[in-house]
Ligand binder design. Structure first.
Ligand code: AN7
Length: 363
């Protein structure tokens, strides 16, 4: 069945999704069946309260990738990985996930008419992400182990059986994710001085670096940013220089002890003269609350690691520089952490009367 849209409607569709928008920079052809939810084109939002805390006349922006169709940056890589899997005739895909990859894989696989199998660490994924994977119709398998163990298993399964691996070891994932860097340069008209980014499996920092380098090579920007990667202190293998057998952090998305893209991330950090730094859970939660209550931006805890990290190393920021912090996932992904770690309270059990409400309001 072909669907023809009336002209006014196709105009209203606007942004076509990142594969269509950036196809000349991506490994697609006319024959690639594009599976899209019109992901990408996320806003780059100034955050003046954070800039004020850094001082030094800096400009700080957040790349709010939580506004993608499934609520995280994973959609950038998944639209391409699933389109290429479909092109190759795949009937099923598999991934290990701390939550966001599973939600994204499930949505795009189902949209592309494929089965999705997702392995998650039992008891350690945020509620919103589990809800998504279930409702999108994935087969959700919770293992009594952590993400690193789940990733080992799915790599083997994809080797042995006819199912396509869509973790970021699939090169199409990083190819899609590099478009985040394109969008930042397209919006700013140049590369930022610093890119601050949370690091878990280390795919996204690798992808952003690929994107900046590709744009630099073709003259879309005349400089490259320092890549500033931030890991949670209890899950900071790259900072510590060795794998962590039992990673722990409130930021469950980045509870990863043995990142798949470790070497590539180190290469990006070194080539850009950037750094890797650990931020504590308390620093992450402080930035998480600050973003929401001062800037009106609700991201998930792992995403706040980028802002926590910037505030931690603010003394190294050059005066007048432009800084972008990537907010990788939406705050609604993890309502439990929000309610548990908000400093705010709400009044319960009030009488349903004007007087009772007015009294509590202080009138
Ligand atoms: C919100 O979903 O690994 O360094 O399985 O969900 O590219 O791994 C998620 C990672 C940052 C880290 N912020 O990115 C998964 C998964 C959020 C995330 C990261 C993740 P990478």
């Amino acid at each position: 069945m072909t669907l023809t849209l009336p002209p006014y409607q196709s105009k209203l569709q606007g942004w076509p999704g990142l594969i269509e928008a950036y196809k000349s920079y991506l490994p697609v052809t006319e024959k690639t069946p594009v599976v899209t939810l019109q992901e990408g084109n996320t806003p780059l939002i100034p955050v003046p309260a954070i800039a004020h805390q850094v001082g030094r006349q800096v400009e700080v922006f957040v790349k709010y990738d939580g506004l993608n169709p499934t609520g995280s940056f994973k959609d950038r890589g998944m639209t391409l990985a699933i389109s290429k899997a479909k092109e190759a005739g795949a009937k099923a895909v598999i991934c290990a996930s701390t939550g966001n990859t599973s939600a994204s894989a499930a949505a795009y696989a189902r949209r592309g008419g494929m089965r999705a199998f997702v392995l998650i660490p039992d008891g350690n994924i945020a509620l919103g992400k589990l809800a998504q994977a279930l409702l999108y119709g994935a087969q959700v398998l919770a293992i009594k182990g952590n993400f690193d163990q789940a990733l080992e298993i799915v790599r083997e399964v994809a080797n042995k059986y006819p199912v396509t691996l869509v973790n970021s070891v699939n090169p199409y994932r990083l190819e899609g994710q590099k478009t985040g860097a394109f969008e930042i340069v397209d919006t700013l008209g140049e590369a930022p001085d610093w890119l601050c980014i949370p690091v878990g499996n280390a795919g996204n920092i690798t992808a952003y670096w690929m994107g900046f380098c590709q744009y630099h090579k073709i003259g879309k920007c005349d400089r490259l940013p320092k890549m500033m990667g931030f890991q949670a202190a209890g899950a900071a293998p790259i900072v510590q220089g060795n794998p962590i057998a039992q990673p722990e952090t409130v930021a469950s998305a980045i509870r990863i002890g043995n990142p798949a893209s470790w070497e590539k991330a180190i290469a990006a950090q070194q080539a850009s003269q950037g750094s890797f730094t650990a931020v504590t859970d308390e620093e992450i939660l402080e930035a998480y609350r600050l973003l929401a209550s001062n800037e009106g931006i609700f991201c998930e805890p792992a995403s706040a690691a980028s802002v926590a990290g910037l505030l931690k190393v603010k003394d190294q920021v050059p005066t007048g520089s432009k800084i972008v912090c990537v907010l990788t996932g939406h705050g609604l992904k993890d309502p439990d952490v929000a309610i548990k770690h908000s400093n705010n309270q709400f009044k319960q059990g009030l009488e349903p009367s004007i007087e009772a409400v007015a009294e509590v309001m202080g009138f």
